[in-house]
Design a protein around this ligand. Structure first.
Ligand code: NAD
Length: 449
């Protein structure tokens, strides 16, 4: 099939390359000329394991190309995936839909033949129905544009595998007043079944539903995950006071298969370009719908999450004797999670910036995210190695659980720091091993030291 992917960021670039890998002819579209030039040259403008190799292969074969031209896209594609950003609005908690609105309208106007627009961005419930109307209004006479919503569940760091072999796919299509798919809805479903034929042949669950359910599946999944993390982090506030061990608690409740152990890791909390903004946007949307109470608990989920950051800052302050002013502090990690260079709403970077604003001399090292972090907070001291970060440090904070940090040798690193004090913000180091190597070891939710 001939398809375009509009928006070539983390989601879109991965989706474009994955569609080429599935045998389609793909055109990636973005308004960012520099990004398009980089991708056209076969280089991925962000860190995503496995993506550079696949991109090079498919750029070389011509299976995937990139452009800034909507005209070219409208002439080329039979299916147009839309994966542009939906960040939090500057003025509140709701999602900023200006990029999605612009992309859908532009491609609907540019399409010179019948086509399907498949939205992949995470959007407030009600958007797809509105955008189908907007696409119809913008389309050329005689050209039919059907719109579907196909939310994306990929995880950064596993994006290629998640796109090629997702655990489920969800498709929302237009329904009529009697809750039956419209003719356009059926056309959109048929086109997406063809696009995903390989995944469907591999028995990937494919849930076809109405727009509203499909839109809500995405934000519901992220809200549930965020709630799990904040649940265990709220309990870690208790274990810190009473002296329990949050990891053992998580292991014990996680063995109940109704609960499950995943996403029950206590620490500095969640961040990134999705979870924080998605829970805020869902709550904002519920309020717009007059349902202020329904998801009020998500505000608490957000608060618990942000409290962990402040608590970690206060741990460092206490370890420095009541003030970090002038203290040399090593921060390991800036990305919101390992195997990614994404620093959007990153707990690690937030904590580092707060310590810096309190007068600490922060040396930060991230294996991949230094450059992105430096764009956001230019005033921190970014160094190029773990050793350079910890050299002479009074306190060391592990804030992103990269393999390089998990595998640190405590005896070797103890020889580099000024004071062997480790604050393990991700609960990934073995306390006994670190204490045995002479470290004062502190972690969130555990009585250690
Ligand atoms: P991103 O910021 O990395 O990429 C967005 C891209 O869209 C940018 O390259 C930008 O230049 C481009 N763009 C903006 N306006 C455009 C326009 N009118 N036409 C063409 N291109 C335009 O964002 P992302 O992380 O890829 O997220 C995109 C969407 O996918 C968001 O809704 C996000 O919530 C959702 N999502 C992201 C992930 C993830 O892990 N990153 C996972 C699932 C869903």
């Amino acid at each position: 099939m001939r398809m375009t992917v509009i928006g070539t960021g983390y989601l879109g670039a991965t989706h474009a390359v994955a569609m080429a890998e599935l045998g389609h002819e793909v055109l990636g579209v973005d308004v960012d000329r520099a990004k398009i030039d980089t991708l056209s040259a076969g280089r991925v403008p962000f860190h995503e394991p496995g993506l550079p190799e696949l991109l090079r292969t498919h750029v070389a074969s011509g299976a995937v190309r990139f452009t800034t031209s909507y005209e070219e896209a409208g002439a080329f594609g039979d299916v147009h995936f839309v994966g542009v950003g939906t960040p939090q609005k500057r003025t509140g908690h709701a999602a900023d839909m200006t990029y999605v609105d612009a992309a859908v309208e532009q491609i609907a106007r540019a399409a010179d033949h019948d086509c399907v627009i498949a939205g992949k961005s995470t959007v407030p419930v009600g958007s797809a129905a509105r955008l189908q109307e907007a696409a119809r209004a913008a389309s050329r006479p005689g050209v039919t544009v059907d719109l579907a919503w196909n939310p994306e569940f990929l995880r950064e760091g596993h994006a290629v595998e998640d796109t090629l072999r997702p655990d489920r796919m969800v498709l929302g299509v237009e329904h009529d007043a009697a809750a039956r798919p419209t003719a356009g809805g059926r056309r959109a479903e048929a086109a997406l079944r063809e696009a995903y034929a390989q995944q469907l042949a591999a028995d990937t669950p494919f849930i076809v539903t109405d727009y509203e359910t499909a839109e809500l599946v995405k934000v519901a999944a992220n809200s549930f995950l965020a709630t799990k993390i904040s649940f265990i982090n709220a309990l870690s506030e208790i274990t810190e006071v009473v002296g329990g061990d949050i990891r053992t608690l998580a292991d014990a409740i996680g063995l109940d298969e109704r609960i499950g152990r995943k996403f029950l890791n206590a620490g500095v909390g969640f961040g990134g370009g999705c979870l924080p903004k998605d829970i805020r946007a869902l709550r904002a949307r519920a309020s717009e719908l007059g349902l202020d109470q329904s998801l009020r608990f998500l505000a608490e989920v957000d608060d618990i999450n942000l409290r962990r950051r402040e608590h970690t800052v206060q741990l460092a302050v206490a370890e420095c004797g009541g003030s970090v002013h002038g203290a040399q502090i090593a921060v390991l990690g800036a990305a919101f999670k390992p195997d990614s260079d994404d620093v959007r709403d990153s707990p690690a970077l937030d904590i580092a910036a707060r310590l810096h604003s309190m007068g600490a001399d922060v040396r930060l090292y991230d294996p991949q995210a230094n450059a992105n972090a430096a764009q956001r907070y230019p005033r921190l001291d970014y160094v190029e190695s773990l050793d350079a970060a910890v050299a002479g440090a009074q306190v060391t904070l592990l804030l992103t659980e990269w393999r390089e940090f998990r595998d640190m040798d405590p005896r070797r690193v103890a020889g580099l720091v000024a004071t062997p004090t480790m604050i393990d913000g991700r609960n990934v180091l073995d306390p006994a091993v670190w204490q045995g190597a002479g470290w004062r070891y502190l972690a969130l939710g555990r009585h250690t030291v």
